[in-house]
Design a protein around this ligand. Structure first.
Ligand SMILES: Cc1cc2nc3c(=O)[nH]c(=O)nc-3n(C[C@H](O)[C@H](O)[C@H](O)COP(=O)(O)OP(=O)(O)OC[C@H]3O[C@@H](n4cnc5c(N)ncnc54)[C@H](O)[C@@H]3O)c2cc1C
Length: 456
């Protein structure tokens, strides 16, 4: 039997997951990476960002331990040690991916990959040579880069993006964050917990556009009460020297401006135009049942895919879907209706499926119920009893969405993800019992209410 060859361009979550999953089948696998294995997620995204958030939360816990009668004096932050621990963590994970790929016999080539034709990829190696790889399938997983704004020059020093911010040794004292999406809000939360003064500017009238307005508003109120200054329905007109001029005719000076307005796909100079793969606003169009582009042996995965969430776990799922199709011929589509979305602020905000606004857009009528963390014993004893759980079901139908703003929301959302994914009815879901005292009791209480009979 002929062993088929697959060639993956890009070694981030989409690309390395495709390579690892492909090793379950009889496939010869080549992975091309121009920078560092692990991509944005391990090197410039999820992992370093969550590391900073963890350090910030630790700092907050130490500063507030006196609420529990534990007084800590002489606190000192050794920023060099903090930075070293971040680098060690990233290096350990990147090294782990390298070892896993080696153990699965994946041929990793360091260099820039581009499609030559539907069965050939050209690699400009890091040593300056050109290598041609023959292949049966090509998987594009080239990822994304920070999006920039036309009138604002990212100089990498005063005006920066998350790429630079995550390798700060010490956070700046006064920061203007442009954009209140997940990345902007996470930076606002962590900078505030580390003692910086933060202003967040957002064009929309609420933070986290697209997410549940009620839970996003709850998060905004909590961050505001901690001192984060939100300028909603506002944009940055221009920046001169260290002064930022806003569209509401106010201005302020900062130590740093962090541009966090989304991610642009990296799809230039990889041979897409030549081969005729459909591109929409820079993103690659695919058949979401298989992840195939309109050239049938070329697939696309991860952040470059048009109109799917730019998340590492979505990239993993798309990689599994594409490899399943290549190896078995069967389509195993990603369930985009039940993707958990987590904003790792303090407190966290997590969502799955539909919310009121999305349902209104597509004309679906929803029932909803909510429960506050205020009376949840576990939350109260942890001093974290602000926030709410919201659950949604179709009128006389299954649970279709949920949004949580509160402690450990990013873990709790997975219980709700199964309900949405399996289309559980409120009457079925509300039969199950939540352990006491846990934070998840807030979900149990919401489900009882959604079923028409609340308890507390
Ligand atoms: C600050 C920040 C925080 C984030 N936090 C989270 C989070 O908490 N949870 C979450 O799910 N997602 C998070 N993300 C998003 C997540 O990082 C991305 O969704 C994920 O990395 C996408 O994976 P990918 O493989 O598609 O692309 P990438 O991770 O961008 O990887 C693409 C890789 O391809 C390589 N490459 C590009 N072109 C070529 C070429 N021509 N030849 C060879 N190699 C090439 C690049 O060097 C890169 O290594 C965050 C992102 C940022 C910026």
């Amino acid at each position: 039997m002929k062993i088929e060859k697959i060639t993956i361009i890009g070694g981030g979550p989409a690309g390395y997951a495709a390579a690892l999953y492909a090793s379950n089948f009889e496939l010869e696998i080549t992975l091309i990476e121009s920078d560092t294995l692990g991509g944005t997620c391990l090197n410039r995204g999820c992992i370093p960002a969550k590391y900073w958030l963890h350090v910030a939360e630790l700092n907050h816990e130490i500063d507030n331990s006196k609420d529990f009668g534990i007084e800590i004096t002489g606190k000192n932050i050794d920023w060099k040690a903090t930075a070293q621990k971040r680098l060690d963590t990233v290096n350990k994970l990147v090294g782990g991916i390298g070892m896993l790929l080696k153990s699965k016999k994946v041929n990793v080539i360091e260099g820039w990959g581009a499609i030559k034709d539907s069965n050939k990829v050209i690699v400009k190696t890091t040593e300056g040579k050109e290598e041609e790889v023959s292949t049966d399938y090509i998987l594009l997983a080239t990822g994304s880069k920070p999006r920039e704004i036309p009138n604002i020059n990212v100089d990498g020093e005063f005006v920066i993006t998350s790429d630079t911010a995550l390798s700060w040794e010490e956070p700046p004292k006064k920061v203007c964050v442009i954009g209140a999406g997940a990345i902007g809000c996470e930076f606002a939360s962590l900078l505030n917990d580390l003692g910086s003064e933060v202003t967040v500017v957002e064009l929309d009238k609420e933070i986290l556009p697209g997410l549940d307005k009620r839970t996003s508003g709850e998060l905004r109120k909590q961050l505001s009460s901690r001192g984060v200054d939100f300028k909603l329905s506002t944009s940055v007109k221009n920046i001169s020297n260290k002064d930022v001029n806003f569209s509401d005719d106010t201005s302020d000076s900062f130590d740093c401006v962090l541009v966090a307005v989304g991610r642009a796909p990296l799809t230039e100079n990889i041979g897409l135009e030549e081969i005729g793969v459909n591109v929409n606003k820079g993103f690659v169009e695919v058949d979401l049942k298989t992840m195939q582009t309109d050239v049938e042996n070329i697939y696309a995965l991860g952040d470059i895919v048009y109109d799917t969430p730019q998340l590492a776990h979505v990239a993993f799922a798309e990689a599994i879907s594409a490899i399943t199709h290549i190896a078995t011929g069967e389509s195993s589509p990603v369930n985009y209706k039940a993707i958990p979305y987590v904003v790792y602020t303090r407190p966290e905000l997590a969502e799955v499926g539909l919310n009121s606004e999305k349902a209104k857009e597509i004309g679906i009528k929803l029932n909803q119920a909510q429960h506050s963390f205020a009376g949840i014993g576990r939350a109260l004893l942890q001093n974290q009893n602000k926030g709410i759980v919201k659950v949604y079901s179709e009128e006389d139908g299954p649970i279709v969405g949920a949004s949580v703003c509160g402690p450990s929301a990013g873990e709790m959302i997975h219980e709700l993800m199964y309900m949405v994914g399996w289309e559980a009815l409120p009457s079925e879901a509300s039969e199950f019992i939540h352990a006491h005292p846990t934070l998840s009791e807030a979900i149990g209480e919401s489900l009882l209410s959604l079923n028409g009979r609340g308890l507390h």
